[in-house]
Structure formats: C-alpha cells, structure tokens
Design a protein around this ligand. Sequence first.
Ligand code: C5P
Length: 233
Amino acid sequence: MSEPEIPDHIRQHLALALDVDDLVAASRLARELKPWFGVAKVGLELFSAAGPEAFGVLQDMGYAVFADLKLHDIPTTVGRASRVLGALGVRYVTMHAHGDVAMLSAGVEGLNEGATNAGLLPPVAVAVTVLTSDRDAPPHIIPKRVRAAMEAGCGGIVCAGTDLDDVRSLAPRMHKVVPGIRPAGASSDDQARVATPRQAIDAGADLLVVGRAVTASDDRLAAAAAIAAELSD
Ligand code: C5P
C-alpha cells in the first residue's frame, strides 16, 4: 500500500502519545503512524521502561521528540535534570507550572545550558497548567500558572482545549499544546476536558496530543487519517 501524503504543516500539529511500556511496541506504533504525526511524545510510562534510548530511536525515525516528563521538584533538581534533557536533542520538555517561577526558571536555564553545551538548539520548556483529567481545578488557577510560566521564560503551555481562549489572551505568543483530543463521538476515557481536533486548532492550539483516540482504536490508520482529514478541511 502506498503511503498517504499528509502536508507537513498538519503533521507538525500532531503529537503521537506513545503511552506503552516497551520500546519495541512504541517503535512499532511510531513507524506505523509516521505518515500522520510529526512529533512523538514519550511520557512517564515509556520513559520508565526505556529511558532516554526512546528519544534516540524516535529521532532516528525522523520524529521531533516531546519529552513529557512533567518535572516537578525543588529548583536545583529540576535544573539539573533539565540540563541532562537539554543535551538529548528533544524538541519539547514539560514541567509543572504548579512548581512556580523559581522551579520553572531553573528548568528553562537547565535546558538552555544542556543544549548549549551539546551544540544543540534548546528544547521548548512547556509548562503544564492543569491536568486535563482534573475536574475540580478552580478557574483562577489557569491565569496564575500561565503568568508563572511566562515570567520564568517558558516557551509553551499545556492546557485543555476548553482553556485555550483564556490562555491565548494571556500568552498569545506561547506555543499551545493541547491533550485530551477526542474526535466527535469518541470515548473521553479519564479525560474531563476534551476537544475535537478542529475545535482545538480553531481555538489557537499549535500542537495536539493524540493518544488513545488513535492508539486504542480498532483501526489505528483510519483513526489517524480521520484526524488529519479533519484538520485539512
Ligand atoms: O490517550 P490520551 O489522548 O488521553 O492521552 C493524553 C496524553 O496527554 C497522555 O500521554 C497524558 O500523559 C498527556 N497529558 C494529559 N494532560 C495534560 C498533560 C499531558 O493528558 N495536562
């Protein structure tokens, strides 16, 4: 079967969440879904199983790598971990905005330092505002966390599709990453605040994190193709 040709600007909006516990399975998914996704996301599950080797394998396949490690610790520890991550050639690294300005700043500096030492471009530090599974986050928390991320020099924000209007008005230039993506009618699983791919892009998302809507589908290729088609309309 010939490979579908998806315009690169659409693929660069789509991050594949490789939430599996083994690198062989992750590589198989990544290879199969490569025509539709430009970014591969390594989260806690895959990183716990395979460590930084997962980044290299995905980079060798041509993916931009999203290290979704949601760093949250004292500033020194986050800074030092970020220095390591900054030297690994990944494009995005997440850290919890709940850690506040000192921790986020240490993360940003660590990423820059690690990348500079390795002769690479620094990854974008992406601050996680509120988990999309959180049903009870009070409304004032998003602006507070977006402001902390801006003050610390983060380049991106993770937020729910439903929070994009607020985030866009506060941080128009930050890269907006949106998980909890579900095509119309799909199961929302444990995600409380979901958006369709089109809704998220129309509301200003730059990068959509797509996991189970594709990876748990009976027909993964058709599910991925439907998302790409929705964005091409
Ligand atoms: O399978 P699903 O599309 O729900 O996967 C969502 C992915 O996005 C998971 O890898 C999860 O860790 C991540 N994520 C999230 N909510 C955030 C940040 C990241 O669901 N606020």
